[in-house]
Write a protein that binds this ligand. Structure first.
Ligand SMILES: O=c1ccn([C@@H]2O[C@H](COP(=O)(O)O)[C@@H](O)[C@H]2O)c(=O)[nH]1
Length: 238
């Protein structure tokens, strides 16, 4: 089950998609107290980022390890157990039934919350077809949400444009985490299923993952504050 959000700042998760620990430390310093939750993915994770994760956690920040695990069950279960021992708050696995069950076993009764990745936000219908899937985005997301729920996963990663349907299938108690978030006018880059921070929260997202619109902004702290303000406005309108 998800953990209640007691600090509203925790709704924004900044993706530390940066090439070095030094660059990430400097961004964290610039963002200061506005940001409490950080995501570490391949780029930083494979450049010493797990050491930084330990430091951020020791400093009271929350850390989401986004390695999207997908392997044989034994490997997934042991990998997730290591991330639980690290003290991470969230970790991702791809939403395949065997992988989901192994991840739940590896999590055990630790504080780590597992998120199942449904269909990547950079995929559209044509990308799914090219990957060999017969079902479209909506049907694939729905199937994976149900399978993740049945496996005992704690939350879902989906596009903000999927969040309303996902909430219906997932119920109120588990987390919905949406990347693919773009403030009005921001470049979408390789993201295909996107929405603004306001729309994502209104659609039922609990946490928004934002990378380039903050990390590459001329003033990252101002960009983060603007996203936080949109989140607050959406919550007030709910
Ligand atoms: O479906 C998914 C799953 C994960 N991500 C990750 O989120 C961030 C988004 O970064 P932006 O720069 O805001 O596009 C990135 O780290 C992805 O690995 C995702 O985008 N979509």
């Amino acid at each position: 089950m998800s953990v209640p959000i007691t600090d509203p700042r925790d709704r924004l998760i900044v993706a530390l998609d940066l090439p070095s620990v030094g660059a990430a430390e400097s961004l964290v310093a610039q963002l200061g107290d506005a940001v409490t939750f950080y995501k570490i993915g391949y780029e930083l994770g494979f450049a010493g980022g797990l050491g930084l994760a330990r430091e951020l956690i020791a400093d009271g920040r929350k850390v989401f390890i986004d390695f999207k695990l997908h392997d044989i069950g034994n490997t997934v279960a042991r990998g997730i157990a290591s991330l639980a021992a690290l003290g991470a708050s969230f970790a991702t696995v791809h939403a395949y039934p065997q992988t989901l069950r192994a991840a739940v076993e590896g999590r055990g009764d630790s504080a780590l919350r597992l998120l199942a990745v449904t269909v990547l936000t950079s995929y559209d219908e044509a990308d799914l077809r090219a990957a060999g899937y017969g079902a479209g985005v909506e049907e694939t997301v729905a199937r994976r949400v149900v399978q993740a729920r049945e496996a005992g996963i704690d939350g879902i990663v989906c596009a903000p444009t999927d969040a309303t349907r996902v909430r219906t299938l997932l119920g109120p108690d588990r987390a919905i985490v949406t990347p693919g978030v773009r403030p009005e006018g921001a470049a979408t880059g390789d993201q295909k299923r996107v929405a603004t921070p306001f729309a994502a929260i209104r659609a039922g997202a609990d946490h928004l993952v934002v990378g380039r619109p903050i990390v590459a902004a001329p003033d990252p702290a101002a960009a983060a504050r603007a996203v936080q303000a949109e989140i607050a406005a959406a919550l007030a309108a709910s």
